[in-house]
Design a protein around this ligand. Structure first.
Ligand code: CP
Length: 320
C-alpha cells in the first residue's frame, strides 16, 4: 500500500492518519479553530451546525474512553449525526472484513470514519478504499500514530504557555511502544519546540533511527531538568513482553514522577499524561492531581481539537 495523500489538491485536509509531514500553517489553523471551540470548565460547551446532514462513524477495535467519547461529542457538537460501531458486537465478528464493514456503512451515507485499531495499517487501508467524498481519521493506530492526541497535547501547551516555539519538552517512560509519543513529537517539532527529550530506560527507548532531532536521556531526574513540560506516558503492557519492565513497584521507584523529582523541571512546568494513567506506576497521585497537572485540560481540549478536525475534513470547500 502506497502512502496515502492526506490533503486534497486544494491543500485542504481530507484524511488525518498521521501528523507526519503536515504543513505547519495547517496545524496552526486547526489549533486556532480549536481555540474557537474551547470553553472553560463549568461553561456550556460550544456548539455549531456546520456539519448538519453529515454522518460520522466511530469504529474502535481497541479499548478507549477519552478518544471515543471525545470524537462522539465533537461530532455532535458541530451538528453531525454519529454512528458508534462496537467492533466486538459488529459483523466483523462473523468474519466480515473491515473493508466490507466500511463499504456497508458508506452505503448508509457515512461521510467520515474514525478508526482505532491495534493494527497500525488499518486506517491507511480504509483510506485507500473509501469513496472520494469520504474521510478517514485515526483514533490511534498501533504504536504508530494518534494524531488528534498530538494536536490536543500541542493545544494544551499553547493554551498554558502561550507558545511552543523554543520550549523544552520531555516525553517520559514507554516511548518505544507509544503512538502518543510519536504524534506529540511530530506536533511539537513542527510547531518549533526548542528541545524535545526522550527520557526512558533502555528497553523502552525507540530505535535509533526514529524521533529525528530528539535528545535521549537514560535517567528521569536529569532528563526532566529545566523542562517546561513533562509528558508522562502509560506503560503499554499490551504492546510489550513482560520482561521489558522489572515490575510495577520497581518501575515506579526509578521512573515514577513524584513531587520530589518534579522539582528538577521548571517551577511552572506542565505535567501532562494522555491517560489512562497507571497511578503509582508512571506517576504519583500527588503529581497527577497536583497544581502543575494539566491532565484534565488535555481531555477537555480533546473535544475542541476534534471539533476543529471534523470541521476541517467535512466542511472544506471542494469536498465533493
Ligand atoms: N489518550 C487516549 O487515547 O485515551 P483512550 O485510550 O481512553 O482513548
Amino acid at each position: 500500500m502506497g502512502e496515502i495523500a492526506q490533503l486534497r489538491s486544494d491543500g485542504s485536509l481530507r484524511h488525518l492518519l498521521t501528523l507526519d509531514g503536515l504543513p505547519r500553517p495547517l496545524l496552526e489553523r486547526l489549533l486556532e479553530r480549536a481555540a474557537h471551540w474551547c470553553r472553560p470548565l463549568g461553561a456550556p460547551a460550544a456548539r455549531g451546525d456546520a456539519l448538519a446532514g453529515r454522518t460520522v462513524a466511530v469504529m474502535f477495535a481497541e479499548p478507549s474512553t477519552r478518544t471515543r467519547v471525545s470524537f462522539e461529542l465533537a461530532a455532535r457538537r458541530v451538528g453531525a449525526d454519529v454512528a458508534i460501531i462496537e467492533v466486538q458486537l459488529s459483523s466483523r465478528l462473523k468474519g466480515e472484513s473491515v473493508l466490507d464493514t466500511v463499504a456497508t456503512l458508506e452505503a448508509m451515507h457515512v461521510d467520515a470514519f474514525v478508526l482505532r485499531d491495534a493494527d497500525a495499517d488499518v486506517p491507511d487501508l480504509v483510506a485507500a478504499h473509501v469513496a472520494p467524498h469520504v474521510s478517514v481519521l485515526s483514533g490511534g493506530a498501533g504504536s504508530r500514530s494518534h494524531p488528534t492526541q498530538g494536536l490536543l497535547d500541542a493545544f494544551t501547551v499553547l493554551q498554558r504557555k502561550g507558545r511552543i516555539e523554543g520550549l523544552r519538552i520531555a516525553i517520559v517512560g514507554d516511548v518505544r511502544h507509544s503512538r502518543v509519543a510519536r504524534s506529540a513529537w511530530q506536533a511539537f517539532a513542527a510547531l518549533g519546540a526548542g528541545e524535545i527529550r526522550l527520557v526512558a530506560p533502555p528497553g523502552l527507548m525507540p530505535d535509533a533511527g526514529e524521533f529525528a532531532g530528539c535528545t535521549r536521556h537514560g535517567a528521569l531526574e536529569a532528563g526532566i531538568e529545566g523542562c517546561d513540560a513533562v509528558m508522562m506516558l502509560r506503560i503499554q503492557k499490551e504492546r510489550m513482553t513482560a520482561a521489558a519492565i522489572p515490575g510495577e513497584a520497581a518501575y515506579f521507584a526509578e521512573w515514577g514522577l513524584t513531587p520530589e523529582r518534579l522539582r528538577r523541571a521548571q517551577p511552572d512546568a506542565l505535567v501532562m499524561h494522555p491517560g489512562p494513567m497507571n497511578r503509582g506506576v508512571e506517576i504519583a497521585s500527588e503529581v497527577a492531581d497536583g497544581p502543575q497537572s494539566v491532565i484534565r485540560d488535555q481531555v477537555r481540549h480533546g473535544v475542541a481539537v476534534r471539533m476543529a478536525v471534523l470541521e476541517a475534513v467535512l466542511g472544506a470547500e471542494g469536498r465533493r
